[in-house]
Design a protein. Structure first.
Length: 434
């Protein structure tokens, strides 16, 4: 069976794929989106902490997150949806980035200055005043919670960088659905409950995809936004030999706990605690979400097949992450059983995404998003639209990387920072953290 030929097929209807579909539809292209799940955002997007933060280890990362924040704060204007429907909402809580050797405060501040991100430098007394109940002790490096050394006295006290404009989006799955709805209003078609089993090619150019039910969708452009399934899709397409960056599926857990009795009078801010290896953000109903920052002392849960990952939280991971959070906030209530969710993220070798073409003409990738790119999705859609527009018109992005000028902040992002052929950076901030 052959369907009407679109100009582009996007594989994956998570927040990244839906954003790509919207921006491509805005260029006038006919877009088809295929996903094995039953609705937009039902894959790894639904397990995201949906944190909007700006602390990345490169200027491209900081500038992208800062520009994307402006799109979240003007979400209805970004979507341009007609009629009334539920919309995801951004909650401005601020973010506290506690000091750690993994992210030098001076380097983070320099990137904030360059990108125009407002911030404050807090010392330990300010931390105590602004975050009642916090223990600002320095415990670096993170340790297993079963180790005797975990309970050693601190070696000093921490300061922090505070970014007042950070926060979180209250419903990541709804955000993906909002983007899909906006794309559908422009003619994009979404095909759910469909699995891609082959990528067609003619000579050195992609020619479309084939689905498990026998349907063939012909298209001159295919975008791989398949999240943790992206590596498998690349293998179907026969691409990746020229990639210097690999990707692997990683299972992650996020847990929910009651907020501590001692807390700020305003919103509880995001607390990024690389010193202990955890992060916290506010959640509805007086709760906090607690996740991990992938400290070296914890084994990573790499998996071969994302479909086989258990979505239930485990007592082991719950104990590790919540115990660390309770060390930082001693009044934190620890439930008797784990409450939370597990998801599978698409992690690049250097924890930086790949937004690029491939050696197969017409085949593009938005992959390796590591669980930390939810915040950037609205802008990533524009990145891919820029890449596809210019490369399909003959631009050699490999020789002369394209740049994207940000509409709201005026920053210029070198898209070569997300190249499939970039050198692996040993000093990147290797964490999902929302």
């Amino acid at each position: 069976m052959t369907s009407r030929q679109p100009d582009v097929v996007v594989v994956g209807a998570g927040v990244i794929g839906a954003a790509v579909a919207l921006e491509l539809a805005r260029t006038g292209r006919q877009v088809a989106v295929v996903d094995k799940a039953g609705a937009a955002g039902h894959g790894s997007t639904s397990a995201s902490s949906a944190i909007i933060r700006f602390n990345y280890s490169t200027f491209a990362g900081v500038a992208t997150a800062w520009e994307a924040r402006h799109l979240w704060t003007s979400w209805p204007d970004h979507l341009r949806l007609t009629g009334h429907r539920p919309l995801a909402a951004f909650h401005r809580t601020g973010a506290v980035l506690l000091d750690s050797p993994a992210v030098a405060p001076s380097e983070a501040a320099a990137l904030f200055d360059r990108a125009g991100v407002p911030y404050e430098r807090w010392d330990a007394p300010t931390l105590r005043a602004r975050l009642p109940g916090i223990d600002p002790g320095r415990y670096w490096p993170p340790k297993p919670v079963d180790a005797d050394a975990f309970f050693d006295d601190p070696s000093g006290e921490l300061g922090a960088l505070y970014t007042p404009d950070a926060g979180y989006v209250d419903d990541p799955q709804l955000a993906a659905q909002n983007l899909a709805d906006a794309a559908a209003e422009l003619g994009a078609r979404f095909l759910f409950h469909h699995t891609v089993v082959a990528v067609d090619r003619h000579a050195d150019r992609v020619a479309g995809i084939r689905l498990a039910d026998g349907t063939r969708i012909a298209a001159p452009v295919v975008v791989n936004a398949a999240g943790p399934w992206s590596g498998g899709l690349n293998r179907l397409a026969g691409v990746g030999d020229d990639f210097t960056i690999g990707v692997r599926p990683l299972r992650e857990e996020v847990h929910q706990v009651p907020a501590p009795s001692s807390r700020p009078t305003g919103p509880f801010p995001l607390v990024a605690d690389l010193d202990l290896g955890t992060y916290l953000r506010a959640a509805p109903g007086g709760h906090l979400l607690v996740g991990g920052t992938e400290p070296d002392c914890d084994p990573h849960e790499w998996i071969d097949d994302p479909d086989e990952a258990d979505s239930r939280p485990t007592a082991r991971r719950f104990r590790a992450q919540v115990t660390r959070a309770a060390r930082r906030f001693p009044d934190l209530g620890v439930p008797n059983r784990p409450v939370g969710i597990a998801g599978v993220y698409d992690v690049a070798d250097d924890w930086t995404p790949i937004y690029d073409r491939s050696a197969l003409d017409g085949y593009y990738v938005a992959m390796g998003t590591s669980g930390n790119q939810f915040k950037n999705a609205p802008l990533v859609g524009r990145f891919l639209a820029t890449l596809i527009d210019r490369i399909e018109a003959g631009h050699d992005h490999d020789r002369s990387p394209l740049r994207h000028r940000c509409e709201h902040t005026g920053n210029v992002v070198d898209l070569g920072a997300f190249s499939r052929r970039r050198p692996t950076r040993a000093d990147s901030a290797r964490t999902v953290m929302g």
